[in-house]
Design a binder for this molecule. Sequence first.
Ligand SMILES: Nc1nc2c(ncn2[C@@H]2O[C@H](COP(=O)(O)OP(=O)(O)O)[C@@H](O)[C@H]2O)c(=O)[nH]1
Ligand SMILES: [Mg+2]
Length: 229
Amino acid sequence: MKRRQKISVVIPAKNEEKTIVWIVKGSRRYSDEVIVVDGHSKDRTRQLAQKAGAKVLVDHGRGKGDGLRVGIGKAKGDVLVFIDADGSSKPGDIPKVLRPIISGEADHVHGSRTLGGSDELSGDWNKVARIIGSQIITQGINWRFGVHLTDSQYGFRAIKTSVARALNLKENITTIEQEMIIKSLHRGFRLVEVPIHEYRRKYGLSVISLRRVSWQYVLSWLRYLLFKN
Ligand SMILES: Nc1nc2c(ncn2[C@@H]2O[C@H](COP(=O)(O)OP(=O)(O)O)[C@@H](O)[C@H]2O)c(=O)[nH]1
Ligand SMILES: [Mg+2]
């Protein structure tokens, strides 16, 4: 892909030593800068990321949203790509999320697992609850803004750095995904969805507890839908 804009890949990672080298090396092929934002890992995530060629930053210990904000603040590129470290998204798909921005059609591109399929969103009650909750949130966004999104929760996205900085992001946990989407719509940025397949995380378990965070999803969804801030 021909590109003149500089690309920074931002990878939030907490205890991902088994996959961090693979994701950093893969991401370097498509970018000018790879930043791993570490969530105070207790394993060798930081050391391995650095050795694989990433710039390593540490978040404030508040969650993935905090980590992404640290990356947004420090990245040097014109365009940011956010990709998880757990192996659920493939670096080979980075050109797919970048393409609409490089071609000038979009300011913010997010991956849709509804269009691309997911290995993570079925198989047990927790996963089914996640897919139902995420669809309700997405339909609320569609109703509020008259759009036709199919996903609002996937962490694989590309966004112009200037746009990410203009969003005034506040969420500390994974609710930052819906915050980015809703605030982009409020501010009239061009949001484009592309189909991306989500794979099962390669090792370990998600660190996110649905029971603990579900009320935060509902509150942040309502707050950003109702108020432009
Ligand atoms: N910097 C940072 N990254 C985190 C934190 N919590 C999770 N992550 C990373 O965020 C990504 C998504 O987390 P994951 O547990 O897979 O959540 P899920 O995909 O929503 O189930 C992974 O790359 C995690 O390593 C955190 O507190 N800080
Ligand atoms: Mg995951």
